[in-house]
Write a protein that binds this ligand. Structure first.
Ligand code: CMP
Length: 141
């Protein structure tokens, strides 16, 4: 199996609810390792650029408003099949449809405030990691 890296965002609602540690613990329990992490508050322009693929969707403004409503915790996770594993641990986009025990089932409130974001494929993982981190900030483990 391939060792991959993927981007994970703990969204503003999870940060304000003090769930950063509980969420990171779920990734670590699944065998993923944190190789970079930081907290920041996105500007509307940054959030819009990050979610550019959704710009034409009806929920775009709601998404930008939510993602800029408070600080986020961004991390790069590394491990075997990290991209798929991250998505498995997160659960379905809509917390109401997420499997019990997943992060979104446990900490998500609705499809907008769904606790976490994770890259969905190798190309987006590469782009999304580069959006937040310089190569020099990724720590080999
Ligand atoms: P995320 O994994 O961050 O990627 C895009 C986000 O858009 C998604 O999680 C949801 O939070 C949000 N999203 C997707 N579909 C909808 C929707 N129908 N209504 C509101 N937000 C949505």
């Amino acid at each position: 199996m391939a060792i991959e890296r993927t981007l994970s965002i703990v969204k503003p609602s999870s940060v304000s609810d003090n769930h950063i540690g509980a969420i990171v613990a779920k990734f670590e329990a699944a065998g993923l390792r944190v190789v970079a992490a930081k907290m920041l508050k996105l500007t509307p322009e940054q959030a819009g650029n990050f979610y550019d693929v959704h710009r034409a969707r009806p929920f775009f403004q709601e998404l930008v408003d939510f993602m800029t409503s408070g600080p986020i915790f961004v991390q790069v996770l590394e491990g075997e099949n990290a991209i798929a594993k991250n998505r498995e641990v997160m659960g379905a986009t809509d917390p109401a449809k997420a499997t019990a025990g997943t992060i979104r089932a446990e900490f998500g409130k609705n499809i907008s405030e769904n606790a976490v974001h994770g890259s969905d494929a190798p190309d987006t993982a590469h782009t999304e990691i580069g959006f937040f981190f310089a190569t020099s900030e990724l720590c080999a483990r």
